[in-house]
Ligand binder design. Structure first.
Ligand SMILES: *Cc1c(COP(=O)(O)O)cnc(C)c1O
Ligand code: SF4
Length: 470
């Protein structure tokens, strides 16, 4: 019997190295399926007039990247004024006038923005506000929505979960993200926010170390800030060694956005890189895990420079994991999230978490609904290895900690209120997350428009959760 449906190509056996290649059951993949392997490798920075004469060696120099990082809105606009319209400039000025965050953008990030289409660019949206897209904040928003300060036995150390704690070693970052949860502490004061002081300060650190050593249940420390990139090499070694020497500490992670926004440092700041690699190495000898956690949000942030930086980490035995924030117009579509995860996996970075955007002032237009997260999660899981597949989490406002986005007790899609429990943090408490109001149905918007309704919206949601739990 002959198979009429067979195509001529399939009927000809392909022989490779003396072995017949088994016939495929799947159609050949399209080139798009492999586009995660294409890392941008041109001199992309030369699109910025001020960087036109900058050669590769200079662009790779971390000192140049740090020195040329832009911290004033006016300077930023100067750098791109020949690339964008006057209307866009005015719009950015308006955006900065309302921004509660400090500004800092690295030349690397600035050059990766597509200035021909700045409104839709995913990197522009993360760092540079425009007045025309600002939305009113959600009425349930407050600063430090994660209650990091309330769970802090000493300034800059949050002990919420049983066996792990968050150590905010300093208050500066290589860039400042518009959407930062820690805008209560990070960066210099802006007109909108007076910050809590968390400077790199050895006395404050000693108090944190004394607390950590005094709690035998603590095994795992997240060293964040601010950002570990801005710690000096000696500080990385000092903090790392102090913690490694504590018998109770078994794991630690240095958290830094740096690899995403300034991969150059991993390639050219040998002192810093060696300090980190040294702590990792010493940890390995002591059978303790030391890793680097970073924060890529969009596949465009991963260039050939990033690949070299991640390859250097991998060669030195430094495990890198990634935590993204789900943001509207940045990575809230399955296609982009899939590409991000595949590209991260390709450079041996494990996609660990995707966070629902916290309730942060002045960035409502970047938040998505929980429903969006649930759908994107489904589109992502099964794409690649499970250990490279992120868990989508809600960092529950009010200090509930991270909850699996799918684990809500109740979710009212009309009012956008979801209710979570967090038994390891507080067995009886209910924690609420709020979808952005502009994404709700007209009925949902109408209810939030009336302040007298707010308490009953919340009470209803809690009641529905309690009924389910009975
Ligand atoms: C995120 C976080 C941690 C670490 O949590 P993991 O789920 O292990 O990544 C620890 N403490 C606090 C306060 C945190 O917010
Ligand atoms: S790098 Fe991290 S801590 Fe710093 S501003 Fe961005 S999100 Fe906040």
């Amino acid at each position: 019997m002959t198979d009429k449906a067979q195509t001529p190509e399939r009927s000809l056996p392909v022989v490779q190295g003396g072995v017949e290649v088994p016939r495929a059951l799947k159609p050949p993949v399209k080139p798009e399926a492999l586009r995660h392997r294409n890392f941008r490798d041109d001199e992309f920075w030369k699109q910025i007039p001020a960087y036109r004469e900058i050669d590769e060696a200079t662009f790779l120099d971390h000192r140049w990247q740090a020195k040329k990082s832009i911290t004033k809105p006016a300077k930023l606009l100067d750098a791109v004024q020949d690339l964008v319209s006057d209307a866009f400039i005015e719009d950015v000025k308006e955006g900065f006038a309302h921004a509660p965050m400090s500004v800092r953008v690295s030349p690397y990030m600035l050059s990766l923005i597509d200035w021909k289409d700045p409104y839709n660019d995913p990197i522009r949206r993360q760092f540079i506000p425009v007045g025309s897209s600002l939305l009113p904040d959600h009425p349930k928003l407050d600063l430090d929505s994660l209650h990091e300060q309330a769970d802090a036995p000493t300034p800059g150390l949050t002990h919420r979960y049983p066996d792990k704690a968050l150590f905010l070693a300093l208050d500066t970052c290589p860039v400042y993200c518009r959407f930062c949860t820690r805008s209560y502490a990070v960066g210099i004061d802006t007109e909108e926010v007076e910050k809590v002081s968390l400077k790199a300060n050895s006395q404050r650190w000693e108090r944190a170390f004394a607390y950590i050593a005094s709690r035998p249940e603590l095994e795992d420390i997240v060293i964040s800030g601010g950002d570990a990139y801005n710690l000096r090499a000696e500080h990385i070694a000092h903090i790392g060694n102090r913690l490694l020497e504590m018998p109770n500490i078994q794991r630690m992670r240095f958290a830094s956005k740096g690899p995403a926004v300034m991969p150059q440092k991993l390639l050219t700041d040998d002192a810093w890189f060696s300090a980190l690699a040294g702590v990792v190495e010493r940890g390995r000898k002591l059978h303790k895990e030391v890793v680097l956690h970073t924060h890529f949000n969009h596949p465009n942030e991963l260039t050939a420079i990033s690949k070299r930086a991640m390859d250097r980490c991998f060669s030195a035995g430094i495990t890198v994991r990634n935590q993204s924030v789900l943001q509207r117009g940045v990575n809230d579509c399955p296609d982009v999230m899939q590409l991000l995860i595949k590209r991260l996996s390709y450079v041996n970075v494990q996609a660990y978490y995707v966070y629902m955007h916290d309730l942060v002032k002045g960035v409502e237009e970047l938040r998505t609904t929980l429903d969006d997260a649930l759908e994107i999660e489904k589109q992502v899981r099964g794409l690649t290895a499970g250990f490279n597949t992120p868990t989508f989490v809600v960092d529950a406002p009010g200090g509930g900690g991270k909850r699996d986005a799918h684990s809500f007790e109740h979710y009212n899609r009309e009012t956008g209120v979801s209710v979570f429990r967090s038994p390891n943090v507080c067995p009886d408490a209910l924690y609420l997350y709020f979808d952005p109001i502009d994404r709700l149905s007209d009925a949902g918007k109408a209810r939030w428009a009336d302040p007298a309704e707010h308490d009953s919206i919340i009470e209803e949601a809690k009641q529905a959760a309690r009924e389910r739990l009975r």
